[in-house]
Design a protein around this ligand. Structure first.
Ligand code: NDP
Length: 284
């Protein structure tokens, strides 16, 4: 059985190219471009690098937008005021606040202040509820990106066993819901799961979002499984590693995403797609 390496970078590029085309048409039709504003508080190096990639993608896709850089010492009140101002600005279609935020700021309060119609990350409780109720909504970008990858490579989902390792609000829980919607039988595993290796070995589709480098080893993977590695971990030598021990797992997997170049670029492409969707929704 040949291994398939899922080229997220290239698939993301195709999505962005299509969006760029669409944006040309939309701006001719509506007389303005989609606009995404990104707020960052402080100078966390990982966050700064994610934000730079997001801004680069908005430029590539031909959006308008602004990067709002606020100092680490910004008060919660001041941040909420900046968000309100963008909520009320008709020219803004999408708004995101890069996480994590400094400790003196309540992230949940911030997420709930973003207008649900402009919440391109899909983190607002209204959008989360709508996802779980099968209502039209904005779906978080990383889970959307994973589903787009699975679709692109043609992984059969219906009736198959999916195991999601990690239960965060931004990855684990929403990806489990999307796989459920495609009629997978879904297990969500976490730090208290007993015999994690045995649970993972049941998976036809294994999605890993744990945040520990090389955590999933070959003995935890069913031969031929599709392995989606969400993890982005910076090693002491400065290189990036996924949550999956790629060297040992790739030879037995049916298909696998590399890190970098797998889920990461897809997350950004889906952020662009969510912004275009917000733009169209607001123009209806
Ligand atoms: P969180 O830290 O919010 O969640 C981690 C999850 O992993 C928790 O549910 C935790 O379980 C579980 N976990 C931790 N240790 C173990 C263990 N020993 N065994 C089993 N489960 C364990 O992380 P995120 O979901 O936000 O992110 C996960 C990773 O994905 C990170 O590396 C992050 O950088 C990356 N990421 C990548 C993105 C991309 O675009 N590619 C986007 C978002 C994140 P418990 O709940 O029991 O504590």
């Amino acid at each position: 059985m040949g291994i398939m390496i899922i080229d997220g970078k290239q698939i993301a590029q195709q999505f962005k190219e299509e969006l760029r085309q669409q944006v040309t048409e939309l701006s001719a039709q509506y007389g303005r471009k989609p606009c995404l504003d990104v707020i960052i508080v402080g100078e966390n190096p990982a966050s700064m690098s994610y934000v730079r990639s997001k801004i680069k993608a908005t430029e590539y896709c031909g959006f308008d937008g602004e990067l709002i850089q606020l100092p680490e010492t910004t008060s919660q009140e001041e941040l909420l005021r900046v968000i309100q101002e963008r909520n009320n600005n008709d020219a803004v279609d999408g708004l995101l606040v890069q996480l994590p935020l400094p400790k003196h700021i309540d992230s949940q309060r911030v997420i709930e202040t973003i207008s649900p119609e402009k919440d391109v990350d899909g983190f607002h409780p209204t959008n989360v509820a709508r996802l779980w109720l099968n209502q039209p909504t904005i779906v978080p970008c990383t889970p959307l990106g994973i589903m787009a990858l699975l679709e692109q490579v043609g992984t059969p989902l219906e009736g198959r066993r999916a195991v999601v390792v990690g239960r965060s609000n931004i990855v684990g829980k929403p990806i489990a819901k999307l796989l459920l919607d495609k009629n997978c039988t879904v297990t969500i595993a976490h730090s208290r799961t007993a015999d994690l290796a045995a649970v993972c070995r049941e998976a036809d589709i294994l999605v890993v979002a744990v945040g520990r480098p090389h955590f999933i080893t070959a003995d935890m993977v069913k031969p031929g499984a599709t392995v989606i590695d969400v993890g982005i971990n910076r090693l002491p030598d400065g290189t990036l590693a996924g949550d999956v021990d790629y060297q040992s797992v790739a030879p037995i997997a049916g298909a696998i995403t590399p890190v970098p170049g797998g889920v990461g670029p897809m997350t950004i492409a889906m952020l662009m797609r969510n912004t275009v969707n917000c733009f169209m929704h607001r123009n209806q």
